[in-house]
Design a protein around this ligand. Sequence first.
Ligand SMILES: [Zn+2]
Length: 346
Amino acid sequence: MFANRMTAGLVAVCTACACWFPPHAATANEDDLRTLRYSSGERPRALRWQKEVRRKLVQLLKMEDLLSHNAGNPLNPKTQSSEDRGKYVFHEMEINSTPNRRIKVVLTLPKNARGPFPAIVAVAGHGGNRHTCYVKESYHRCAHVLAEQGYVTISTRVSQHKVHEEGRTLMGERLWDLMRCVDYLGSLEEVDQRRIGCLGNSLGGEMVMWLAALDERMKAAVSSGFLTRMDQLEKNHCMCWKFPGLRELVDFSDIYSLIAPRALLCQNGLKEPPSQFPVPIARHALREIEPIYRDFEKPENVALVAHEGGHEIHLPSLVAFLEKHLDDHGDEAQPDASADAEKSRP
Ligand SMILES: [Zn+2]
């Protein structure tokens, strides 16, 4: 029996023989963790589990008041500049996040086409900002590519490590800013409200997990460079993913399970170093997400693409997946990310 490293500090001790293990060599006692882990059941039970987990996560994120009072929080959008980029117009804007805090967003609207259009929230990772998904090569300029293909796109920065408002959490503020981007999309007549999705890489892939899990307006989610387990992220990684109470409740696969039965594509690169977001750990996590999709009788709506790259977006499968799920065929969309998507291996 190992002492739980969360309470024992940096060094774990084997209580049987008092030998010392280096940091992270021990596994946290799973009996104390993940008390709301998903266990397979009928659809009504799965729905109850999702509702309960969402309620508890919103509490831990300290977002209850924001969600319950949102109707009284106008967006007050203001356009600061607009630039014609050929197939779309690129707007620099500001909107209200909370009544006391405004955020900068990029919004692109298609030109020379008739809407309403599908829409995408694009989220960059550590070091990124609202422009990253449009310009950076490790993102394959995916937001620009989608804007040219006729999607409305929106992006804001979530890479800050400072909590802006007293009584909030970092993850809660990041997530709330993204939800306000969705609110703004919801106010636009150019946007087809049935066809909103999100994409992101790294911390952006993590935020896509959170956004799609807690905001059911997301009909499709592409989470790149993130699918993993919390044990893995306890090592060699910025700890901004963690906040009090989270580990005791769930692991990442449980949060992803809140997205079911809506469409979810995860992407992990075969060139990810073992210390980061390697494919074998992603496959393990996927095996824990698949049961709830089976319980909803939508096993085809979740997939993992193990691509040849590293810590990056895989553009071909992303584009194919969004086209399939956010195309104009309503709720009957039958996803299957792409030819190279895989199901988890038994
Ligand atoms: Zn961080």
